[in-house]
Unconditional design. Sequence first.
Length: 332
Amino acid sequence: MTDSRGPLRPTGAGRAVAVLVLVALAASIPLLGPSVALHGTGEADVPGAGGMALLRTVLFAALCIPVGELFVNRLARSLPGAQAGPPALPGSWSPFAAAAGFAAALGLATLVATGNLVPGEVSDIDVGGLYASRDGKLALLEVNAFLVAGLCAVSRRPVTQVWPLAAVVVAEALRAHPAIEHSPLTGSALTLVHLICAALWAGGLLHALRVLRLWSGRDDTAAGAALLGLYARVAVVLLAAITATGVCSSLRRMPPETILEQLTGTAYGRALLAKVLLVVLVAALAVWARRRLRRAADPLTACAPARAEVAALGLAVAASGLLTVLPVPIRW
């Protein structure tokens, strides 16, 4: 729809409905995904898998938002002309993300304290037992790291969030590869790089679009196009790193001679296949956005496919949360 001033933007109510629909869709992946993925595989169901996957999804999203803000704010300050004064930036979502991450990490720590089971009553939670296990210590580290990140986000130096956020990434990388696994440090290193790049890509694009919306209201189209172009160049490297580490991690868990069978015959393989398809969709949308950015008369028309890219990335984050609770078909 258009008027005399050009294309009409969605109303505030329309955007709110779209966001609610996307959030509901993203939440349904971890909540309903375990039963769907496990159907017909013969693998044992994990008690409380849906709740754990949802908590892990919230934790990943809470990690992406502040990492993306720090990343894009740094890019904005490196643009030509930014030396004359700090660029206008939208209000930070980092404090809210830290609060959500703290709640999710606390919920996951509670599950670890009950032996990865949903507690029936408060007496089932062995808080002291968290200090006696590797998973318990890592869960406590994530709880404390998000608490510190929230305090840093509301401080005068929000950039200091990088240290507690780095602690969360390291804890997740170590948690994903227990000591009983063959070459756990190799797996943790791959997961570490994968998580960092994914957080920069997803969180960075979300914040870049928020910055562009603010700048477009101030008729700063040139700076907005420059920021999106700078982000796009970095995103190419991030996508390459995500693809390389994802393929290596998958081959470590599913040997090449069995991977085709496991992609359809195991719950982990099915969830991984769904995530791969989402990443392919994201990559296609990214290519579309970059083509518009380079060739369109108005470079900021690239924001339309970029918004769809953010939505698809949100679903990919939910698929990642689902993967963390499904039985891993490790064969050593």
